[in-house]
Design a protein around this ligand. Sequence first.
Ligand code: SF4
Length: 369
Amino acid sequence: MDLNRHEFELDDLIERIKDNDNRLVALQVPEGLKMQALEMMDAIEEDTSARIILAADPCYGACDLVHDKMQRMGVELVAHMGHSQMNIDSGMPTEFINVTYDGDPAIDPVLPILSVHREIAQKRLSEPLNESEMSEKEAQERFMDAVGRVSPLRGAKLGLVGSIQHLHLIFDYKERLESAGFEVEVPVGGARLSFPGQVLGCNYSGDSDEIGHYLFLGSGDFHPIGLVLHTGKPLAMLDPYTGGAEEMSFQRIEGILRQRFGLIMACDQAKTFGILIGEKPGQMRRNLALRMKRKLEKHGRKGYLLALEHVGPELIDFYPVDAFVNTACPRIAIDDSVRYAKPLLTPFELEVVLGDKKWETGYKFDEIP
Ligand code: SF4
């Protein structure tokens, strides 16, 4: 990562500290920027009379805000870097610090992929699909049963989304793509999201029936995997760090779904479950966890509620239960389940195990609204 091309917008934070005459401030930075944290602490301390404490625990999102534990340490303000505000109250005054990247890749490499995906979306629109009559090859060509269901489309627009450090370029890219002949929508999501075009690993609420396929501006496949699992729509990726373009392949998504189905099957005879509740402010889904416990009891199985700040194999594998269901960050089950000795399911997957939901009607991504 070329840090010289990142802009860390510390000015508003410094103003706020001065205005409030804050003396003790906690700085929270994402994992990829931790190496630069000490430099930032120096910069803030030089410009203000505050002392800065680095909240050095791992941090993967704004769901993970420093909360009232720090108040007991005397911290008056939290400076949270690299993520945007969500619909949660951590109990602490918090300043969000924007980080932007100026990488501005050409769209040419991604245009051929987008043209193919637009054709898939238009075909879906014009020819109502009869899944039972399709061969596996036809289904793959149309990206049809990537998540086991066909999205109910009313349009074939290109949905343009990105990760937060690239969103300042999103409307510029919209114009470029429109000039290349695409009809583009920048989706606006729900209260967990702050900006047009924003997606999180657990929230794709801007999706609409008018969007037939996607372009993701960002690096890595964390957001793209979730978006395809959530929507079942074809997706291309343009990486601002490398300028490279690729698509999220049908085979990749199918592989993930095969693994999920294997875990569901492995829980068929499971009698006891650990139900994980995340203690982080933006991951805490107590009601969902209680609902899973009631469901298990209704089906003659047993559920134990386990609350944790961090979830990891070393923290849960030893409990004498047959499997776990996770109500904390949805991506722990999807992305990390191979690290766990016992099956780790999402709430939807547990409902399939219990027969309350059907796998055949399509995979339901575990979204936090
Ligand atoms: S995907 Fe997980 S870590 Fe990221 S914002 Fe959502 S709950 Fe937090």
